[in-house]
Design a binder for this molecule. Structure first.
Ligand code: HEM
Length: 417
């Protein structure tokens, strides 16, 4: 049955920012894909069921190339697609094969699971330093005082940004989080481009044990990343590795604090932590939609035909709540073991940084609960403010009371949860 003709188009705007996200939740029940209108006025098809999401995200005819997407945008709207960032937009999240395959192969050589695991003690230390700074305060804003600074420190450390330069990144990240107008945003990206070029030059002269040096040195036979690609890759890792993780930690803590039974189960058995983070990625993942894609040939999604030259968004959040895949999907259950969730996407653009994002969330949430056994919400959940963004979901603030901290650092075998 193709009943999209009878479905009203979704108008994507204000309602996307609602804490309940009524647009996504419940989408799966009726049709596998619906026409929607983006806040800036152009038409997209929004895919919302689990199986169809998988099919679209792995369809080699559904592409992302930003130049072709720009031409299509012009055809749809009669306007140029606003693009901010110059060299910073030249990265693999905006490319298709073969360019994507080439860049991904090179980054995979530098960014290995072993490198991430070696990095665990550093993430733990950065987390403990932040928690030490919070001890003694009764009330904090968990997003700005904890979830925000931690991923910046982690990604800067991973890439090899000197400690003294980290405040620069915090300022840039804060400015970007403020959803700047085009001119101010261009100024931020110019500053970042100049800085990254300088840092790459420095690492060429002084190679170190960090990801940026590994990217400079990465070779695939004769192939290597050129200067523009290195800048684009460093920027992508900083940006993608930062804004998602902030929101996973912030929304994740809120979700746990608002489900006292789940929080108590986690405190009673810390082994549940990795599974809890997977359930948070399914239930409250920060990437609510895939990035924009477009069809290059006619395709059928479920039983709905879509022509060539149409924009597609996959609602990762709706697909993660498809009852055919996850029974009783609105139940938040840290013992669910939601294998195959789309919190990190699917297909060739599956998140490169998934092992870091997972590890960081586990350490950040685990150590916070360890340190503050009486951690509690200090605001009415209904009054919390969420980001005004279409693809990402996250809190703009989360007041919590810390209560009495436990003695630190914890020694092995000692667990106050
Ligand atoms: C909890 C944290 C994270 C979440 C929820 C997340 C989510 C995602 C998603 C959904 C995509 C695919 C987007 C699409 O296909 O349209 C993606 C791609 C990507 N992510 Fe993450 N991410 C996280 C952390 C990180 C970290 C820590 C890094 C880097 C250190 C990172 C780097 C990337 C990169 C480079 C891509 C592009 C991959 C490609 O185009 O092949 N992410 N991420």
């Amino acid at each position: 049955m193709n009943d999209t003709g009878t479905q009203p188009k979704l108008l994507l705007g204000e309602e996307l920012v609602s804490p309940l996200h009524p647009v996504y939740d419940g989408l799966t029940a009726d049709v596998p894909v619906r026409e929607a209108v983006m806040p800036s006025g152009y038409r997209v098809w929004m895919v919302s069921r689990y199986d169809e999401a998988r099919a679209v995200l792995s369809d080699p005819t559904v592409l992302k190339d930003m130049h072709r997407a720009g031409e299509l945008y012009k055809q749809h709207t009669g306007r140029e697609r606003p693009i901010i960032g110059g060299a910073l937009t030249q990265h693999m999240l905006n490319f298709d094969p073969p360019d994507h395959t080439r860049l991904r192969t090179l980054v995979n050589k530098a960014f290995t699971a072993r490198m991430v695991e070696r990095f665990r003690p550093t993430i733990e230390q950065l987390t403990d330093e932040l928690l030490d700074g919070l001890a003694g305060r009764e009330r904090i804003d968990l997003v700005w005082d904890y979830a925000f600074p931690l991923p910046i420190s982690v990604i800067c450390e991973l890439l090899g940004v000197p400690r003294e330069d980290r405040p620069l990144f915090r300022t840039w990240a804060e400015q970007q989080a403020e959803l700047l107008g085009p001119e101010a945003a261009e100024a931020v990206t110019d500053g970042m481009t100049a800085y990254l070029r300088g840092l790459i030059g420095h690492k060429r002269e002084h190679p170190a044990d960090d990801l940026l040096t590994a990217l400079i040195q990465a070779r695939d036979n004769e192939d290597r990343l050129n200067e523009t690609e290195l800048v684009g890759m460093a920027y992508l890792l900083l940006k993608a590795g930062f804004e998602t993780t902030v929101n996973l930690i912030g929304s994740g803590v809120l979700r746990l604090l608002s489900h006292p039974d789940q929080l108590a189960a986690l405190r009673a058995d810390p082994e549940l932590l990795p599974g809890a983070v997977e359930e948070l990625l399914r239930y409250e993942g920060p990437a609510v939609m895939s990035m924009l894609r477009f069809t290059t040939e006619p395709i059928t999604v479920g039983d709905v035909p879509i022509g060539a030259g149409e924009f597609i968004l996959v609602s990762l959040r709706a697909a993660n709540r498809d009852p055919a895949q996850y029974p009783d999907p609105e139940r938040f259950d840290i013992k669910r073991n939601p294998t195959g969730h789309y919190g990190f996407g699917h297909g060739i653009h599956y998140c490169v940084g998934a092992p870091v994002g997972r590890l960081e969330a586990q350490i950040a949430i685990g150590r916070l609960l360890d340190r503050f056994p009486d951690l509690a919400l200090a605001a009415d959940p209904e009054e919390l403010v969420w980001m005004d963004a279409t693809l990402l979901r996250g809190l703009l603030g989360l007041p919590v009371s810390l209560g009495r901290p436990v003695r630190t650092p914890l020694t092995k075998g000692e667990n106050p949860r």
